[in-house]
Design a protein around this ligand. Sequence first.
Ligand code: NAD
Length: 354
Amino acid sequence: MSVIGVLRETAAGERRVALTPDVARRLSDRGVKVLVETGAGRMSFFDDAAYTAAVVVTRDEIYAGSDVLLCVRRPDDLAAARPGQILVGLLGLDPNGLNGVTAISLDRLPRTLSRAQAMDALTSQANVAGYKAALIAAEACPGFFPMLMTAAGTTRPAQVLVLGAGVAGLQAIATARRLGDQVTGYDVRDAARADIASTGAAVLDVAAPSAEAAGGYARDLTEDEAGAQSQGLAAAIPRFDVVITTAKVPGAPAPLLVPAAALAAMRPGSVVIDLAAGNVAGSVAGARTLTGNEVTVIGAPDLASTVPVAASTAYARNLLALLTHLMPHGEPQLDLDDEITRAVLLSDREGARP
Ligand code: NAD
Protein backbone atom coordinates (compact mmCIF):
# COMPACT_ATOMS: atom_id res chain seq x y z
CA MET A 1 0.00 0.00 0.00
CA SER A 2 1.36 3.45 -0.93
CA VAL A 3 1.84 5.99 1.79
CA ILE A 4 1.14 9.68 1.20
CA GLY A 5 2.55 12.15 3.74
CA VAL A 6 1.21 15.68 4.21
CA LEU A 7 3.83 18.16 5.38
CA ARG A 8 3.09 21.22 7.51
CA GLU A 9 4.04 24.31 5.52
CA THR A 10 7.33 25.93 6.52
CA ALA A 11 7.18 29.23 4.56
CA ALA A 12 6.65 32.26 6.80
CA GLY A 13 3.00 33.33 6.92
CA GLU A 14 1.80 30.38 4.82
CA ARG A 15 -1.60 29.29 6.15
CA ARG A 16 -2.66 26.70 3.59
CA VAL A 17 -2.45 22.93 3.93
CA ALA A 18 -1.99 20.56 1.00
CA LEU A 19 -4.68 18.08 1.98
CA THR A 20 -8.03 18.64 3.68
CA PRO A 21 -9.64 15.96 5.86
CA ASP A 22 -12.24 15.33 3.14
CA VAL A 23 -9.63 14.59 0.47
CA ALA A 24 -7.57 12.54 2.94
CA ARG A 25 -10.68 10.37 3.40
CA ARG A 26 -11.17 9.98 -0.34
CA LEU A 27 -7.57 8.83 -0.75
CA SER A 28 -7.88 6.46 2.16
CA ASP A 29 -11.08 5.02 0.62
CA ARG A 30 -8.94 4.18 -2.44
CA GLY A 31 -6.60 2.09 -0.35
CA VAL A 32 -3.86 4.69 0.17
CA LYS A 33 -2.44 5.24 3.66
CA VAL A 34 -2.37 8.95 4.55
CA LEU A 35 0.01 10.42 7.14
CA VAL A 36 -0.50 14.03 8.26
CA GLU A 37 2.11 16.01 10.16
CA THR A 38 0.94 17.27 13.53
CA GLY A 39 -0.52 20.75 13.16
CA ALA A 40 -0.39 20.69 9.33
CA GLY A 41 -3.99 21.90 8.98
CA ARG A 42 -4.16 24.12 12.05
CA MET A 43 -3.73 27.45 10.21
CA SER A 44 -6.53 26.42 7.83
CA PHE A 45 -8.78 25.52 10.77
CA PHE A 46 -8.46 21.76 10.14
CA ASP A 47 -7.43 20.33 13.51
CA ASP A 48 -5.44 17.11 13.75
CA ALA A 49 -8.60 15.44 15.09
CA ALA A 50 -10.48 16.29 11.86
CA TYR A 51 -8.19 13.97 9.87
CA THR A 52 -10.10 10.89 10.94
CA ALA A 53 -9.04 8.87 7.87
CA ALA A 54 -5.34 9.69 8.35
CA VAL A 55 -2.65 8.99 10.93
CA VAL A 56 -1.23 12.14 12.55
CA VAL A 57 2.53 11.82 13.07
CA THR A 58 5.70 13.89 13.47
CA ARG A 59 7.60 15.50 10.60
CA ASP A 60 10.43 12.97 10.95
CA GLU A 61 7.91 10.15 10.62
CA ILE A 62 6.41 11.77 7.51
CA TYR A 63 9.83 11.94 5.84
CA ALA A 64 10.76 8.43 6.96
CA GLY A 65 7.50 6.69 6.11
CA SER A 66 6.02 8.30 2.97
CA ASP A 67 6.34 7.31 -0.68
CA VAL A 68 4.75 10.59 -1.76
CA LEU A 69 5.11 13.91 0.08
CA LEU A 70 2.49 16.64 -0.39
CA CYS A 71 3.03 20.33 0.22
CA VAL A 72 1.78 23.69 -1.01
CA ARG A 73 5.13 25.49 -1.23
CA ARG A 74 8.63 24.02 -1.36
CA PRO A 75 9.65 22.81 2.15
CA ASP A 76 12.81 24.38 3.61
CA ASP A 77 14.16 21.08 5.00
CA LEU A 78 14.35 18.85 1.92
CA ALA A 79 17.65 17.50 3.19
CA ALA A 80 15.43 15.22 5.29
CA ALA A 81 13.81 13.71 2.18
CA ARG A 82 15.08 10.49 0.60
CA PRO A 83 16.31 10.54 -3.00
CA GLY A 84 13.60 9.07 -5.21
CA GLN A 85 10.82 10.03 -2.80
CA ILE A 86 8.09 11.88 -4.75
CA LEU A 87 7.36 15.47 -3.71
CA VAL A 88 4.24 17.16 -5.11
CA GLY A 89 3.41 20.86 -4.75
CA LEU A 90 3.68 24.34 -6.19
CA LEU A 91 7.45 23.91 -6.32
CA GLY A 92 8.18 26.64 -8.85
CA LEU A 93 10.25 26.17 -11.99
CA ASP A 94 13.77 25.90 -10.52
CA PRO A 95 14.96 22.27 -10.59
CA ASN A 96 17.85 23.01 -8.21
CA GLY A 97 17.96 22.38 -4.48
CA LEU A 98 15.57 19.43 -4.52
CA ASN A 99 17.97 16.93 -2.96
CA GLY A 100 17.33 14.14 -5.45
CA VAL A 101 13.59 13.89 -4.78
CA THR A 102 11.32 13.23 -7.74
CA ALA A 103 9.74 16.68 -7.84
CA ILE A 104 6.30 17.19 -9.36
CA SER A 105 5.56 20.90 -9.72
CA LEU A 106 2.05 22.13 -10.38
CA ASP A 107 3.64 25.33 -11.69
CA ARG A 108 4.44 23.30 -14.84
CA LEU A 109 0.96 21.92 -15.48
CA PRO A 110 -0.17 22.26 -19.14
CA ARG A 111 -3.20 24.33 -18.18
CA THR A 112 -4.91 24.48 -21.54
CA LEU A 113 -5.35 20.68 -21.72
CA SER A 114 -8.94 20.02 -20.75
CA ARG A 115 -8.03 16.83 -18.83
CA ALA A 116 -5.59 18.89 -16.71
CA GLN A 117 -8.14 21.47 -15.63
CA ALA A 118 -9.20 19.70 -12.42
CA MET A 119 -5.49 19.70 -11.41
CA ASP A 120 -4.92 23.39 -12.14
CA ALA A 121 -3.73 24.77 -8.81
CA LEU A 122 -2.42 27.98 -10.40
CA THR A 123 -5.97 28.75 -11.48
CA SER A 124 -7.63 27.75 -8.21
CA GLN A 125 -5.20 29.82 -6.15
CA ALA A 126 -5.28 32.84 -8.50
CA ASN A 127 -9.06 32.75 -8.29
CA VAL A 128 -8.88 33.04 -4.48
CA ALA A 129 -6.27 35.83 -4.73
CA GLY A 130 -8.37 37.88 -7.17
CA TYR A 131 -11.41 37.60 -4.93
CA LYS A 132 -9.45 38.70 -1.86
CA ALA A 133 -7.84 41.61 -3.75
CA ALA A 134 -11.26 43.15 -4.37
CA LEU A 135 -12.17 42.78 -0.68
CA ILE A 136 -8.90 44.37 0.45
CA ALA A 137 -9.50 47.23 -1.97
CA ALA A 138 -12.98 47.76 -0.52
CA GLU A 139 -11.59 47.81 3.01
CA ALA A 140 -8.75 50.21 2.16
CA CYS A 141 -10.92 52.54 0.06
CA PRO A 142 -12.00 55.60 2.09
CA GLY A 143 -15.38 55.78 0.30
CA PHE A 144 -18.25 53.39 -0.45
CA PHE A 145 -17.79 50.90 -3.24
CA PRO A 146 -21.44 50.86 -4.43
CA MET A 147 -23.67 53.77 -5.32
CA LEU A 148 -25.85 54.35 -2.25
CA MET A 149 -29.00 56.45 -2.19
CA THR A 150 -29.75 57.60 1.32
CA ALA A 151 -31.59 60.47 2.99
CA ALA A 152 -28.17 62.12 3.27
CA GLY A 153 -27.78 62.04 -0.50
CA THR A 154 -26.40 59.78 -3.18
CA THR A 155 -22.82 58.49 -3.25
CA ARG A 156 -21.09 57.74 -6.51
CA PRO A 157 -19.75 54.21 -6.96
CA ALA A 158 -16.00 53.73 -6.75
CA GLN A 159 -14.19 53.56 -10.08
CA VAL A 160 -12.02 50.44 -10.18
CA LEU A 161 -9.41 49.57 -12.80
CA VAL A 162 -8.05 46.01 -13.05
CA LEU A 163 -4.83 45.61 -15.05
CA GLY A 164 -4.19 42.06 -16.25
CA ALA A 165 -7.30 39.96 -16.83
CA GLY A 166 -6.10 36.37 -16.43
CA VAL A 167 -7.64 34.23 -13.71
CA ALA A 168 -6.93 36.57 -10.77
CA GLY A 169 -7.85 39.72 -12.68
CA LEU A 170 -11.15 38.34 -13.93
CA GLN A 171 -12.11 37.22 -10.42
CA ALA A 172 -11.15 40.67 -9.05
CA ILE A 173 -13.38 42.23 -11.72
CA ALA A 174 -16.29 39.91 -10.92
CA THR A 175 -15.98 40.47 -7.16
CA ALA A 176 -15.63 44.25 -7.47
CA ARG A 177 -18.73 44.31 -9.69
CA ARG A 178 -20.65 42.32 -7.08
CA LEU A 179 -19.65 44.96 -4.53
CA GLY A 180 -21.25 47.59 -6.76
CA ASP A 181 -18.23 49.30 -8.34
CA GLN A 182 -17.94 50.64 -11.82
CA VAL A 183 -15.20 48.37 -13.11
CA THR A 184 -12.86 48.73 -16.06
CA GLY A 185 -10.38 46.07 -17.12
CA TYR A 186 -7.33 45.99 -19.34
CA ASP A 187 -5.06 43.26 -20.71
CA VAL A 188 -2.54 42.99 -23.52
CA ARG A 189 -4.21 39.89 -24.96
CA ASP A 190 -7.28 40.24 -27.23
CA ALA A 191 -8.76 37.06 -25.75
CA ALA A 192 -8.54 38.54 -22.26
CA ARG A 193 -10.18 41.77 -23.46
CA ALA A 194 -13.09 39.68 -24.70
CA ASP A 195 -13.22 37.98 -21.28
CA ILE A 196 -13.40 41.39 -19.56
CA ALA A 197 -16.28 42.46 -21.79
CA SER A 198 -18.11 39.20 -21.06
CA THR A 199 -18.20 40.08 -17.33
CA GLY A 200 -20.05 43.32 -18.15
CA ALA A 201 -17.07 45.49 -17.16
CA ALA A 202 -15.76 48.24 -19.43
CA VAL A 203 -12.58 47.55 -21.42
CA LEU A 204 -9.86 50.20 -21.30
CA ASP A 205 -8.66 51.08 -24.76
CA VAL A 206 -4.90 51.58 -24.81
CA ALA A 207 -3.14 51.94 -28.15
CA ALA A 208 -1.01 48.80 -27.86
CA PRO A 209 -1.13 45.62 -29.98
CA SER A 210 -2.35 42.25 -28.72
CA ALA A 211 0.67 40.45 -27.27
CA GLU A 212 -0.14 36.77 -27.03
CA ALA A 213 2.41 33.95 -26.77
CA ALA A 214 2.09 30.16 -26.67
CA GLY A 215 -0.32 28.52 -24.21
CA GLY A 216 -2.61 31.56 -23.99
CA TYR A 217 -0.07 33.57 -21.99
CA ALA A 218 1.11 37.13 -22.65
CA ARG A 219 4.50 37.77 -24.18
CA ASP A 220 6.97 40.41 -23.04
CA LEU A 221 6.29 43.71 -24.84
CA THR A 222 8.94 45.32 -27.02
CA GLU A 223 10.33 48.65 -25.83
CA ASP A 224 8.08 50.58 -28.27
CA GLU A 225 4.98 48.61 -27.31
CA ALA A 226 5.69 49.06 -23.60
CA GLY A 227 6.17 52.80 -24.17
CA ALA A 228 2.81 53.11 -25.96
CA GLN A 229 1.11 51.08 -23.24
CA SER A 230 2.69 53.13 -20.50
CA GLN A 231 1.49 56.40 -22.04
CA GLY A 232 -2.05 55.12 -22.40
CA LEU A 233 -2.17 53.77 -18.87
CA ALA A 234 -0.61 56.89 -17.35
CA ALA A 235 -3.38 59.00 -18.91
CA ALA A 236 -6.12 56.66 -17.63
CA ILE A 237 -4.96 55.67 -14.13
CA PRO A 238 -5.61 59.03 -12.34
CA ARG A 239 -9.35 58.72 -13.16
CA PHE A 240 -9.69 55.69 -10.87
CA ASP A 241 -10.18 55.35 -7.09
CA VAL A 242 -8.80 51.81 -7.03
CA VAL A 243 -6.31 50.04 -9.28
CA ILE A 244 -5.72 46.28 -8.91
CA THR A 245 -2.80 44.90 -10.90
CA THR A 246 -2.26 41.22 -11.73
CA ALA A 247 -0.12 41.32 -14.91
CA LYS A 248 2.50 38.60 -15.32
CA VAL A 249 4.57 37.26 -18.20
CA PRO A 250 5.94 33.70 -17.90
CA GLY A 251 9.72 33.67 -17.60
CA ALA A 252 10.05 37.46 -17.35
CA PRO A 253 9.73 39.97 -14.52
CA ALA A 254 6.24 41.38 -13.95
CA PRO A 255 5.83 44.48 -16.17
CA LEU A 256 5.74 47.90 -14.49
CA LEU A 257 2.26 49.23 -15.29
CA VAL A 258 1.85 51.92 -12.61
CA PRO A 259 5.03 53.98 -12.51
CA ALA A 260 5.76 56.61 -9.86
CA ALA A 261 4.45 59.40 -12.11
CA ALA A 262 1.07 57.66 -12.45
CA LEU A 263 0.86 57.20 -8.66
CA ALA A 264 1.73 60.87 -8.18
CA ALA A 265 -1.15 61.87 -10.48
CA MET A 266 -3.78 59.88 -8.54
CA ARG A 267 -6.18 61.50 -6.09
CA PRO A 268 -5.36 61.34 -2.35
CA GLY A 269 -7.13 58.35 -0.79
CA SER A 270 -6.82 56.22 -3.92
CA VAL A 271 -5.76 52.59 -3.44
CA VAL A 272 -3.44 50.50 -5.60
CA ILE A 273 -3.03 46.75 -5.02
CA ASP A 274 -0.13 44.91 -6.67
CA LEU A 275 -0.77 41.15 -6.87
CA ALA A 276 2.08 40.57 -9.28
CA ALA A 277 4.90 41.96 -7.11
CA GLY A 278 6.31 44.35 -9.70
CA ASN A 279 3.42 46.05 -11.53
CA VAL A 280 3.45 49.09 -9.23
CA ALA A 281 6.41 51.37 -8.50
CA GLY A 282 7.61 51.07 -4.91
CA SER A 283 5.19 48.33 -3.86
CA VAL A 284 6.54 46.17 -1.04
CA ALA A 285 5.36 42.55 -0.82
CA GLY A 286 3.14 42.07 2.22
CA ALA A 287 3.13 45.77 3.17
CA ARG A 288 0.91 48.86 2.91
CA THR A 289 2.75 52.07 2.08
CA LEU A 290 1.49 55.61 1.63
CA THR A 291 2.86 57.79 -1.17
CA GLY A 292 3.61 61.49 -0.67
CA ASN A 293 0.19 62.33 -2.19
CA GLU A 294 -1.55 59.84 0.14
CA VAL A 295 -2.20 56.97 -2.24
CA THR A 296 -2.19 53.62 -0.43
CA VAL A 297 -0.03 51.02 -2.21
CA ILE A 298 -0.53 47.42 -1.10
CA GLY A 299 1.93 44.73 -2.19
CA ALA A 300 -0.02 41.47 -2.07
CA PRO A 301 1.62 38.61 -3.96
CA ASP A 302 0.44 35.84 -1.60
CA LEU A 303 -3.25 36.48 -1.12
CA ALA A 304 -4.43 32.89 -1.59
CA SER A 305 -2.88 32.01 1.76
CA THR A 306 -5.03 34.67 3.47
CA VAL A 307 -8.23 32.76 2.57
CA PRO A 308 -6.84 29.43 3.78
CA VAL A 309 -10.02 27.37 3.97
CA ALA A 310 -11.12 28.14 0.41
CA ALA A 311 -7.59 27.98 -0.97
CA SER A 312 -6.70 24.68 0.76
CA THR A 313 -10.01 23.08 -0.17
CA ALA A 314 -9.51 23.89 -3.85
CA TYR A 315 -5.81 22.95 -3.75
CA ALA A 316 -6.52 19.58 -2.11
CA ARG A 317 -9.04 18.80 -4.87
CA ASN A 318 -6.44 19.73 -7.49
CA LEU A 319 -4.02 17.32 -5.79
CA LEU A 320 -6.64 14.58 -5.69
CA ALA A 321 -7.09 14.91 -9.46
CA LEU A 322 -3.32 14.91 -10.03
CA LEU A 323 -2.72 11.94 -7.71
CA THR A 324 -5.51 10.01 -9.42
CA HIS A 325 -3.61 10.61 -12.66
CA LEU A 326 -0.18 9.74 -11.27
CA MET A 327 -1.36 6.79 -9.15
CA PRO A 328 -4.18 5.20 -11.17
CA HIS A 329 -3.92 1.91 -9.28
CA GLY A 330 -2.85 3.29 -5.89
CA GLU A 331 0.90 3.08 -6.62
CA PRO A 332 2.87 5.95 -8.25
CA GLN A 333 3.41 5.25 -11.96
CA LEU A 334 5.23 8.11 -13.66
CA ASP A 335 4.52 7.45 -17.33
CA LEU A 336 6.80 9.83 -19.21
CA ASP A 337 4.90 9.19 -22.43
CA ASP A 338 1.98 11.00 -20.85
CA GLU A 339 1.86 14.73 -21.65
CA ILE A 340 0.75 15.85 -18.20
CA THR A 341 3.21 13.66 -16.26
CA ARG A 342 6.10 14.67 -18.49
CA ALA A 343 5.26 18.36 -18.08
CA VAL A 344 4.91 18.43 -14.30
CA LEU A 345 8.08 16.43 -13.59
CA LEU A 346 10.55 19.13 -12.52
CA SER A 347 13.44 16.93 -11.49
CA ASP A 348 14.22 13.39 -10.42
CA ARG A 349 17.04 11.42 -8.87
CA GLU A 350 19.28 12.34 -11.82
CA GLY A 351 18.45 16.05 -11.57
CA ALA A 352 16.56 18.50 -13.76
CA ARG A 353 14.12 17.24 -16.41
CA PRO A 354 13.97 19.04 -19.77
P1 NAD B 1 -0.81 35.26 -15.63
O1 NAD B 1 -0.92 35.21 -14.14
O2 NAD B 1 0.41 34.71 -16.28
O3 NAD B 1 -0.97 36.79 -16.10
C1 NAD B 1 -2.09 37.55 -15.71
C2 NAD B 1 -2.55 38.41 -16.88
O4 NAD B 1 -1.60 39.47 -17.09
C3 NAD B 1 -2.66 37.67 -18.20
O5 NAD B 1 -4.00 37.74 -18.65
C4 NAD B 1 -1.72 38.43 -19.12
O6 NAD B 1 -2.19 38.53 -20.45
C5 NAD B 1 -1.68 39.79 -18.46
N1 NAD B 1 -0.55 40.65 -18.83
C6 NAD B 1 0.75 40.32 -19.03
N2 NAD B 1 1.47 41.40 -19.38
C7 NAD B 1 0.62 42.45 -19.38
C8 NAD B 1 0.78 43.84 -19.66
N3 NAD B 1 1.95 44.37 -20.03
N4 NAD B 1 -0.32 44.61 -19.58
C9 NAD B 1 -1.52 44.09 -19.25
N5 NAD B 1 -1.72 42.80 -18.98
C10 NAD B 1 -0.66 41.99 -19.05
O7 NAD B 1 -2.07 34.62 -16.28
P2 NAD B 1 -3.05 33.48 -15.76
O8 NAD B 1 -4.13 34.09 -14.96
O9 NAD B 1 -2.23 32.45 -15.12
O10 NAD B 1 -3.68 32.97 -17.10
C11 NAD B 1 -3.12 33.26 -18.35
C12 NAD B 1 -3.83 32.54 -19.41
O11 NAD B 1 -3.53 31.14 -19.34
C13 NAD B 1 -5.33 32.56 -19.38
O12 NAD B 1 -5.95 33.71 -19.66
C14 NAD B 1 -5.60 31.46 -20.36
O13 NAD B 1 -5.38 31.85 -21.65
C15 NAD B 1 -4.57 30.45 -19.91
N6 NAD B 1 -5.26 29.57 -19.01
C16 NAD B 1 -6.01 28.59 -19.58
C17 NAD B 1 -6.71 27.74 -18.76
C18 NAD B 1 -7.52 26.66 -19.37
O14 NAD B 1 -7.50 26.50 -20.57
N7 NAD B 1 -8.24 25.92 -18.56
C19 NAD B 1 -6.67 27.88 -17.38
C20 NAD B 1 -5.90 28.88 -16.84
C21 NAD B 1 -5.20 29.73 -17.67
